[in-house]
Ligand binder design. Structure first.
Ligand code: ADP
Ligand code: MG
Length: 348
């Protein structure tokens, strides 16, 4: 193929890191975002600002690119479906539709005989009174949630009295797990039984936001194999093309559960940029653009820390880094509390 122009829906840090990886492969990128300040425009070749249902802007975007992918899951299905009629959208729109709905996503995983936490659809508040079995639990919106947004812990039935929630929006109640650890597995699928998989990554959250990731994860052999097998099975069943991340919980009895699937590159995989010969971003681009699949080689152990809010400041002010430290600034204009501003990867 002549020069490829890859269209990316979404303009956050994942779009930035995808654009950087594309550049390395000689692929041009066009970012489409509904945020005029989308940081990824600092890294892409072109930027189109528009709402995800603005037909005119969307058409301009489609005409400008050869292949379309996305860096976040909350894009209207109709938009993806219409785009797919004119240019290939990968991963395919039906995958996105399934995964952007928590209930459909969990039903799908359970149908594969893969364990998730226990969950139940809640259509009105009073239903929770009869579901003591699911408490302590967490109410989660079925759509549009991320970084713990749209989640409400419910420890006991009385907690629901003070809840100000519009249940018509769709919620599930999920039983709380006694967490020992969280891990994620990132896999890039190129076609039938053709994939590259990274070793499980151990993750720590603060206020439901990812804070630290590291490899190797301190887990037993059985969990290591099981998590990779489940991630592989999920990507095969979805006939997925591109990079996908499966988030897992491990409880205190060493039971493994799938928490959720991200149909995209993932924050926990940022360390693959420095720790592997091919990063999750480059692999995503290789898969969606039908480029060569390269066998993964791990180069180093690694840990990554997200720089949230003001934590970015000392790094921006030229804090001296050691040779094994790699700092990434997402070039977000405004520093906000709880906002992921950059990250630091340390190899060891
Ligand atoms: P998001 O879509 O915001 O990432 P998650 O469902 O992954 O939402 O929840 C965010 C974090 O909250 C998880 O990574 C975990 O730390 C905690 N959490 C969510 N659900 C549960 C649960 N059922 N039991 C224990 N911890 C949970
Ligand atoms: Mg999550």
């Amino acid at each position: 193929m002549a020069e490829i122009n890859l269209g990316i829906l979404g303009g956050g840090q994942l779009g930035s890191l995808l654009s950087t990886a594309a550049k390395k492969l000689g692929i041009k990128t066009t970012i489409f975002s509904d945020d005029i300040n989308a940081p990824a425009q600092n890294f892409s070749d072109k930027f189109i600002f528009g709402k995800y249902d603005d037909k005119e802007k969307i058409l301009e975007f489609i005409n400008n690119v050869d292949i379309i992918t996305y860096e976040f899951e909350n894009i209207p299905y109709e938009t993806l479906k219409e785009m797919n009629k004119l240019k290939p959208v990968l991963p395919k729109p039906s995958v996105n539709r399934l995964i952007q709905h928590r209930l459909a996503e969990k039903d799908f995983i359970n149908k594969l005989n893969i364990r998730t936490t226990r969950y139940v659809l809640i259509e009105k508040k009073s239903e929770i009174e009869t579901l003591k079995d699911f408490l302590p639990g967490i109410l989660k919106t079925t759509t549009m949630g991320y970084d713990g947004k749209g989640q409400f812990p419910i420890n006991k039935v009385e907690d629901i009295e003070s809840l100000q929630i519009d249940f018509s929006k769709g919620y599930i109640l999920e039983k709380l797990i006694k967490l020992k650890k969280e891990i994620s597995v990132i896999i890039t699928r190129f076609g039938i039984n053709k994939f590259e998989i990274y070793e499980p990554i151990e993750n720590t959250h603060q206020d439901q936001i990812l804070k630290h990731s590291k490899i190797p994860a301190e887990i037993n052999e059985k969990i290591l194999e099981q998590s990779k097998e489940w991630a592989t099975r999920i990507s095969e069943e979805l006939k997925y093309i591109g990079t996908l991340c499966v988030e897992f919980f491990i409880d205190r009895n060493d039971n493994l559960y799938v928490n959720e699937i991200a149909p995209r590159v993932h924050n926990s995989g940022h360390l693959t940029i420095n720790a592997y010969n091919v990063s999750q971003f480059e692999n995503h681009i290789r898969a969606v653009c039908s480029l060569e699949k390269i066998s993964l080689k791990k180069l180093s152990n690694a840990k990554m820390i997200n720089l949230i809010g003001n934590e970015i400041q000392p790094y921006r002010q030229n804090l001296k880094l050691n040779k094994n430290e790699f700092f990434f600034d997402y070039l977000k204009k405004e520093i906000k509390e709880k906002r992921k501003m950059g990250h630091l990867t340390t190899l060891f």
